[in-house]
Design a protein around this ligand. Structure first.
Ligand SMILES: Nc1ncnc2c1ncn2[C@@H]1O[C@H](COP(=O)(O)OP(=O)(O)O)[C@@H](O)[C@H]1O
Ligand SMILES: N[C@@H](CCC(=O)OP(=O)(O)O)C(=O)O
Length: 424
């Protein structure tokens, strides 16, 4: 006998972290057996099956041993799984960690270096080794691979973002599998992503991926770090990153890895808001990728918002650093949030920061709550002069009048109460 439930969102008492929850109460898409066992996990997983363009991220723990030696059997097995998906006609982008780990191994270091120059040196040694093995293992499958090393500025700078996008699109057009990593060798602290989970989510946005899979050493996202808490339970599907879900994320607890689950949650926030499903699953077992792509109940699926954000709005929301703040009055806040309007100078109460035309600014309501982000048509100095004024007066005050709007609707991304961003 099967039981269905007709609610897409998990409600309070069904929250996986609520100890009083009825474990048999599940979303509509799930089908349970007589004893409450999960027989089928329906439409959300089914959607994953359709993914044509997939970003797969593999963590250091999967491909490097604790002393940095590359686990070649695991690299080969990963390559076989990726090649099989590629042969089905899917576009694959691999984000591979492991450069620093492999460098540590080759240099014979006893631990991961602490200073940035030493990490950079280890990465310079390890990145080549990593690519050499990917090249060797992909060649028999007739897959051509390409090394793509990115720094944060390749995402934050609009022109470089578009360049990176075009390069990746061209590689995929040639049916190449791009192998992406952070350019650790040149990336100093200020221009680092810092971890490949966030990088993978931004790459998924960059290439308009249909699915992001983070392969790690455990089966998915648990109610606590299973290495520290034996009662931790796997959470099969996550519809919203609540504070409880976020609190379950611990660090990596490993000498060579970087982010642990905290950075995977950051990645999940980006991909969910971007409309890209994200699965955290085990990279330790062969066939995990195939299982995910068959829609099987494996790993933890972070279910995204229904609609996808346009690439430009994604860049405004996640790609670009915020350079200043515009505080708006209640009328302007309402016009942006409820009426889908652009931001005019008349609604601006104060201007903070020093930014130029074309920079991304944060728009906050009178209570100080961020409600939107957008590209400013005027620099900070000009806005100090025209804030609170009617657009008709811009020419008289500044001596020029490039735009009526300070932030045009097309260049604006709304921030919702729960932290998500969307277009109105
Ligand atoms: N809630 C959680 N669920 C699962 N793993 C967790 C959780 N919190 C912390 N972790 C830790 O995160 C580790 C995986 O992250 P990390 O070590 O950075 O691996 P990777 O190299 O795959 O990125 C796990 O081995 C586990 O110890
Ligand atoms: N760019 C680094 C990896 C950084 C990183 O996020 O590592 P991990 O937590 O193992 O995915 C490297 O190649 O060593």
């Amino acid at each position: 006998m099967f039981r269905f439930r007709d609610s897409r969102k998990m409600d309070q008492e069904n929250h996986p972290l609520d100890p009083t929850r009825d474990a048999r109460t599940v979303p509509a898409s799930h089908v349970l057996g007589e004893n409450g066992e999960l027989l089928m996990c329906g439409c959300e997983r089914a959607k994953v099956k359709e993914a044509r363009r997939i970003v797969v991220k593999v963590g250091t723990k999967i491909i490097c041993g604790s002393r940095g030696q590359l686990d070649l059997r695991r690299v080969e097995s990963l390559v076989q799984d990726l090649a099989a998906l590629w042969e089905e006609g899917r576009d694959i982008i691999l984000v591979s960690s492991g450069a620093i780990g492999a460098g540590v191994g080759r240099l014979g270091l006893s631990r991961k270096p602490r200073t940035i120059p030493e990490k950079q040196a280890a990465a310079a040694v390890g990145q080549g080794i990593l690519m050499q093995h990917y090249e060797t293992f992909f060649t028999p499958h007739r897959v051509v691979v390409a090394q793509v090393l990115l720094t944060r500025e390749d995402i934050t700078d609009r022109e470089r973002y578009l360049n990176a996008r075009h390069t990746l699109q061209s590689l995929l057009g040639f049916r190449v599998i791009p192998i992406v990593n952070e350019n650790d060798t040149v990336a100093v602290e200020e221009i680092r992503f810092g971890d490949n989970d966030t990088l993978a989510a931004l790459v998924a946005c960059l290439v308009d991926a249909d699915l992001l899979i983070l392969l790690t050493d455990l089966d998915g996202y648990y109610t606590a770090d299973p290495h520290k808490n034996k009662d931790a339970e796997l959470i099969p599907e996550i519809y919203e990153i609540t504070p409880e879900i976020e609190a379950a994320a611990g660090g990596c607890g490993s000498a060579l890895a970087t982010g642990g689950m905290e950075t995977k949650i950051t990645a999940a926030k980006v991909s969910m808001q971007a409309g890209i499903p994200l699965v955290i699953a085990s990279g330790m077992r062969k066939g995990t990728l195939q299982a995910v792509l068959k829609g099987e109940q494996t790993g933890s699926l972070f279910v995204p918002r229904e609609d996808r954000m346009k690439a430009r709005k994604l860049w405004i929301a996640f790609g670009s650093p915020v350079q200043g703040t515009l505080v708006v009055d209640a009328g302007a806040a309402g016009a942006l949030l409820k009426k889908g309007k652009s931001l005019l100078p008349s609604g601006i109460v104060s201007v903070e920061g020093s930014f130029t035309t074309g920079n991304v600014v944060s728009i906050v309501d009178p209570a100080g709550q961020e409600i939107a982000r957008g590209i400013s048509n005027y620099n900070a100095q000009a806005l100090q002069l025209i804030k609170g004024q009617n657009s008709r007066k811009i020419k008289e005050i500044l001596g020029y009048h490039d735009y009526d709007e300070v932030v045009h609707r097309d260049n604006l991304t709304i921030v919702l109460d729960n932290g998500t961003r969307e277009e109105v």
